[in-house]
Design a binder for this molecule. Sequence first.
Ligand code: ZN
Ligand code: ZN
Length: 352
Amino acid sequence: MARLARIHAQLIKNKLDGLIVSSQPNIAYLTGFYSSEAILLISPKADIYFTDSRYTDAAEAALTGIARVKNIKGSLGKTLADKCKSLRLAKLGFEEQNITYKTHRTIADALAGYSTLTGTRNLIETYRQIKKAGETAKIKKALNITAKALEYIKGEICPGRTETEVAGELERFIRHAGARGTAFEIIVASGPNSSFPHHRTSSRKIGDNEPVLIDIGVEYCGYNSDLTRVFFLGKMNVLARQIHRIVLKASELAIRTIREGVRASDVDAAARRYIENKGYERFFKHALGHGVGLEVHELPSISAKNTSILKAGMVFTIEPGIYLPGKFGIRHEDMILVTPKGSEVLSGSLNK
Ligand code: ZN
Ligand code: ZN
């Protein structure tokens, strides 16, 4: 598989004999096979998928020609160490952000005196940032289902219904529309609850003339979507209308700056500067956006801290928000694809 071959080349560059991959999304990316528990050992000599008896049959069927499957009987550390020794892998990398202390210790103990373990960061995640057409197509499908769900829910939100009821309606809808499930717990934040950026959907009843913020993502064939819209029930007050306009304009200004070669931090700055000019910078506390793909939060981060350059094929959110404590919050979240000449708003159909 081309993806594995690229990592083999990276290992040689990093003077590593092999890499222990413990992030499940990274394993799915490299092998095309999803499970909830596995370790992938990759090396130019052999790629071996370690899993337990719950998954071995399915893994063997899916990984023919991609990786060998090894059933973990007893200790993962010992099974893995035996393989590393037989393959003569003396310098091993591991994913320091994706391994538990316990797993690391088990592996390190079993390899003691034979292999050294070196921490690596984002070796695979860096490649995952650039989406191929097939991946973008799945993201678009996930977005399409999300957009339909948001369209549907407009007619279902009414005063007296609880936030959890609305979330339930959305969840039922997206599964019927072909999504495997939600990408994260749906956020339905009504009235003052919308002033908490990551409000936990509650049993609060939606009131008259209130904003209702909905942040929803779905998973389709392993790929995720992430969108936020605010709906107004009844009359929209003057301040809310004004804030909504500022947030939409900040989003538009940020999206206009996106193209290959631009720094992620410059995109964040475009939205932040506008919100600052309007006097609301202290109410916009989070980063402007994040990558979305096999995980709902992945690279690249669109923030003041990330000065790396955008490349064609990257997919991320643009989600400025202004949160007024005790009153309400407005966030608008779209998903954007970087193209060689600019960008495509993948959730464009929603921006009426
Ligand atoms: Zn979101
Ligand atoms: Zn998001």
